[in-house]
Design a binder for this molecule. Structure first.
Ligand code: URA
Length: 425
């Protein structure tokens, strides 16, 4: 087999054979296929697509590139969630302990943010002492003892994806539906969860900008999961506007703790409960009541034990950025748009995100929203507070926010977008 013939097949809109797929993934993982060759193939896939048979084989080859975990010895059914990423998407933080408090085991292997989207591990690392890197044995121990664990995926899980995702990130080939679906599902299937709920984000702040693309991604992933024996369902959810009232690391931890304490913004609570119900259903725990577990403090108990089991101090003060800058409403009226992408880029420029994988993030940086679409605002009232340790970056963040919101005259009717747009099973 030679890589040039594989690239030419896809360049010329052909179908890759199972042998070509198995070979190219294996040879790339071993370093026999060079990065420039794999990036040519990724670009050919982005431009010409793959059919369902090719995607299934590509996913199986990525799973076979590494180890598979096994949670079958656990006393509870496993349930996992994956979000395709967005702005202010802190849902994993309250969701994992909540679902664990209702009787499931939640092994939540999570990632770091890149670009304008935040990463769960970066958020949790703002808790003093908290560790994202656990050995497989430590991960199992935290899962057994608390019911939930949120940690980094080990190097042994789908190593082909680790290499390919890093390459796609720097070659403009992230946004290919076959590559996104196989990347996400290879890790989730290799992780060994029994059931999986996918939160596929739609809108300016998401990878998928249209409902049609999100639907195609969701149904591809649902098919891959179910074919591998993982009961998989997907919710398409709105990412035209940021989730909740914060985007940034420690800011989002604070908001998540508010949700676990029975408060928090309505959209965060609604999505957390919708995903919890799907996860509990998929795990066969249909009688569990997640709203009760939020209200009676049992989800908060699991959160505190989970944070402590990973070295974190759940009572420690969260870091606060050195500088705050308030942006006020220029006129009175109804806020009709607050764009997730603009807020995400601004939070990133303030230091909440990183430009390259090895860059550090600022724990306290980010943006607080003082109004959401549909709210009435008065000229001069705070609209956004920008938080940063690097005030020299403020002008760049302000530039990203310039055409991020619209205020319509008082009395303008506003039709809210539902949090959950569609369910795909
Ligand atoms: N998240 C992943 O894990 N992989 C992708 O390709 C995109 C988002």
């Amino acid at each position: 087999m030679d890589v040039i013939s594989v690239i030419r097949t896809k360049r010329d809109r052909g179908e890759l054979s199972p042998e070509q797929i198995d070979w190219v993934i294996d040879a790339y993982t071993r370093g026999e296929v060079a990065d420039e060759q794999m990036s040519a193939l990724a670009m050919a896939i982005l431009l010409n697509g793959m059919n369902r048979t090719e995607i299934a084989r590509w996913t199986a080859a990525m799973i076979a590139s590494g180890e598979r975990m096994d949670f079958s010895a656990l006393s509870r059914p496993t349930a996992d969630k994956h979000s395709t990423g967005g702005v202010g998407d802190k849902i994993t933080l309250p969701l994992a302990p909540l679902v664990a408090a209702c009787g499931a085991a939640v092994p939540q292997l999570s990632g770091r943010g890149l670009g304008h989207t935040g990463g769960t591990l970066d958020k949790l690392e703002s808790i003093p002492g908290w560790r994202a890197l656990l050995s497989n044995a430590e991960m199992l121990h935290v899962l057994e003892s608390t019911g939930a664990v949120i940690c980094a995926a080990g190097d042994g899980l789908a190593p082909a994806d680790k290499k390919l995702y890093a390459l796609r990130d720097v070659t403009g080939t992230v946004e290919a539906i076959p590559l996104i679906a196989s990347s996400i599902m290879s890790k989730k299937i290799a992780e060994g969860t029994g059931s999986l709920v996918l939160d596929v984000k739609v809108g300016s702040g998401a990878f998928m900008k249209t409902v049609e693309d999100a639907r195609e991604l969701a149904s591809t992933m649902v098919g891959l999961g179910n074919d591998h024996g993982v009961l998989t369902v997907a919710l398409l959810t709105d990412m035209a506007t940021p989730m909740g009232l914060t985007a940034g690391n420690a800011l989002e931890v604070r908001e998540s703790v508010e949700v676990l304490a029975g408060g928090g913004p309505a959209d965060v609570v609604e999505l957390t409960l919708a995903l919890a119900r799907e996860m509990l259903d998929a795990a066969g725990l249909r009688d569990a009541d997640p709203a009760k577990a939020l209200a009676d403090g049992s989800a908060m108990d699991v959160w505190r034990r989970m944070v402590a089991a990973q070295g974190g101090d759940p009572d420690a003060a969260l870091p606060v950025a050195r500088e705050q800058h308030v942006i006020t409403a220029p006129s009175s009226g109804v806020l009709t748009r607050l764009d997730a992408y603009g807020v995400g880029v601004a939070a990133w420029r303030l230091g909440a995100g990183r430009a390259r994988k090895e860059d550090p993030v600022q724990a306290g940086a980010g943006i607080e929203l003082h109004a959401k679409p549909g709210d009435r605002v008065t000229a001069g009232q705070p609209l956004l507070t920008l938080h940063t340790d690097t005030p020299e970056k403020l002008p760049y963040a302000q530039e990203a926010l310039e055409s991020t919101y619209d205020i319509a005259p008082p009395g303008t009717p506003y039709e809210p977008t539902p949090v959950v747009l569609e369910r795909i099973a």
